[in-house]
Design a protein around this ligand. Structure first.
Ligand code: ADP
Length: 539
């Protein structure tokens, strides 16, 4: 007799999540705002049927295990069908960020060797531009029906609905190895060319389980979940999988991500929980304040992708919406930490709680973290020692797509973030390692200085960079955008730091600019700012 337990075994495969939802929450809706302008609604059972039609169509079209299907698409039901059908037949859904430069988009499509490319009508001009540069793409599929196809286009197009038409509504999902690749996502490439991260069924499946937990995204069958975070980057934080796992209603906002459109959709559909980057919530707060509109059902939003400024959490709180801070990255599929209360939280003062809420949170089960100092030594979890954040776990990258060697250092992945961890396990990002400001050998957190600037009522956006300094090597320099009509001076803004940080942390100067450069994922492009203003203090 062998030593195995004698329990049923089935590999952890993604289609089983949809099948589960279709069987046990079959009447629960998936509602999508479409590029066509209307609202589409159907159920998990319908989604499963159409996903099986797509699986049949792709198989008939010769898509084989391991092949890549690219997508340039907003959050919506068709994109969800592609996620599940491609993965289900053993192929790979390669999501592409349409906000990248066209040259990066074609680079990624060629690097991944996508065989088919599925795209929303919004991206017709982009596809027209890049198609001639992507000779390996065999079929360009517009996510719509035949009437949406343009008359004249540089490459032959076909419609997604025609592809599905007439295909059988059942499909026997093959029993793949759970380590089989399922999804491919490239990093934003803020430094050099984007790198691909190839998620497996098992990694994404386990992340869906862990991220649905109460101390993670806290998802329930009775919830209505709206992923604003795009399905074209880091699979919308896994929500198309974790929402199906719990059988929650899904609301997909499509292309309209401004405050007014989101408030309208959320109110109409009774959204209870949503997830997105800080800029999305800034837009919503702004809209609600100006219009007086509220969304009574919206209890919670998960804020991640960039640091959530404390005044944003406060503003959301004032509108009856709790901000939950989370951290992750492409290489983590992406969920790493979520900021939820641990023992002792309830007894703390409001001020202490706000300080905890501003942190990026505790590792969700399945993820381990550590901090490493300059000499490679492990740093204590004292909430003060800042070092390189290293992670390992079931949904952390092992090597980049197409790379020869491992991406790990002694079994750990270096995130490129600098952080502290406190005794309760709350991690706080202080910087990206390449953005750290080193003044006289001491580190200053640019995120903390930015948050203070952002808490000034006349500041709209702020970035703090390391500027060369003759005596201290580097000193913090603030680049800021004033609100319309403000004539705030540099001195007034610098005086605002008094009492909020140690004197030597206060930036040396402020440069006001009309706007700040952002990356394709809406993050500050500090490299560009350093190139422009890095010598500001030595002139
Ligand atoms: P890219 O790395 O390609 O810019 P990602 O979406 O993978 O795109 O970004 C991951 C990075 O975003 C993290 O390494 C971190 O620097 C930053 N980040 C994500 N969430 C947070 C957060 N809550 N607070 C601060 N930084 C964050």
């Amino acid at each position: 007799m062998d030593h195995f337990g004698q329990m049923m075994y089935a590999p952890l495969l993604l289609p089983s999540l949809l099948e589960q939802a279709a069987r046990h929450a079959g009447r629960v809706e998936i509602v999508s705002r479409r590029v066509e302008g209307d609202i589409h609604r159907y159920t998990y059972a319908d989604c499963h049927r159409r996903t099986m039609q797509l699986a049949n169509a792709l198989t008939a079209a010769g898509i084989a295990p391991g092949d890549r299907i690219g997508t340039l698409a907003w959050n919506g039901y068709r994109h969800m069908e592609i996620y599940y059908a491609t993965a289900g037949i053993g192929a790979v859904c390669h999501t592409i960020n349409p906000r990248l430069f066209p040259e990066q988009v074609s680079y990624i499509i060629n690097h991944a060797r996508d065989r088919f490319l599925c795209f929303d009508a919004t991206f017709l001009p982009l596809v027209a531009q890049i198609a001639p540069q992507c000779p390996h793409v065999e079929r360009w599929i517009l996510l719509g029906d035949a009437s949406a196809l343009p008359d004249d286009f540089p490459v032959p197009l076909e419609s997604y609905e025609a592809l599905l038409d007439g295909q059988p509504q059942s499909f026997a999902w093959p029993e793949l190895d759970e380590r089989q690749a399922a999804l491919l996502c490239y990093t934003s490439g803020t430094t050099g060319n984007p790198k691909g991260v190839l998620y497996s069924h098992r990694s994404t499946y386990l992340m869906a389980y862990a991220s649905a937990l109460p101390d993670a995204l806290d998802l329930h069958a009775a919830d209505t979940v709206a992923p604003v975070v795009p399905m074209f980057h880091v699979s919308a934080w896994g929500l198309p999988f974790s929402a199906a796992l719990v059988g929650a209603k899904l609301v997909m906002p499509g292309p309209r991500l401004d405050g007014a459109s989101l408030t309208e959709l959320f109110t109409q559909e009774g959204v209870t929980v949503s997830a997105g980057v800080p800029t999305v919530w800034l837009g919503m707060v702004d809209h609600m304040r100006r219009s007086g509109e509220r969304c009574a059902t919206l209890a919670r939003v998960i804020v991640g992708g960039a640091a959530c400024p404390p005044q944003l959490a406060e503003a959301l709180g004032g509108l009856g919406i709790r901000a939950v801070h989370a951290w992750g990255m492409t290489e983590l599929s992406p969920v790493g930490t979520v900021c939820t209360p641990s023992h002792g939280y309830a007894e703390k003062t409001a001020e202490e709680r706000a300080r905890i809420d501003a942190k990026q949170g505790r590792a969700i089960p399945g993820i381990d973290m550590k901090l490493v100092g300059a000499a490679g030594e492990e740093l204590p979890w004292d909430g003060r020692s800042a070092g390189d954040l290293m992670v390992r776990g079931h949904w952390v990258v092992e090597r980049y797509f197409g790379a020869e060697g491992s991406a790990l250092e002694n079994g750990w992945f270096a995130t490129g973030d600098v952080a502290t961890i406190d005794a309760d396990g709350y991690m706080q990002i202080t910087d990206r390692s390449k953005d750290v400001i080193k003044s006289g050998g001491e580190w200053i957190s640019s995120i903390e200085l930015e948050n203070i600037a952002l808490s000034h009522p006349e500041i709209e956006l702020a970035a703090c960079i390391a500027a060369a300094h003759p005596k201290w090597d580097e000193r913090p320099l603030l680049i800021a955008v004033r609100r319309a009509g403000s004539s705030l001076s540099a001195k007034e803004l610098l005086d605002f730091y008094a009492g909020k940080v140690a004197k030597w942390w206060v930036p040396d100067d402020v440069v006001f600019v009309p706007e700040l450069p952002l990356t394709a994922t809406g993050k500050l492009q500090k490299l560009v700012l350093r190139q422009r203003f890095g010598q500001h203090l030595v002139r």
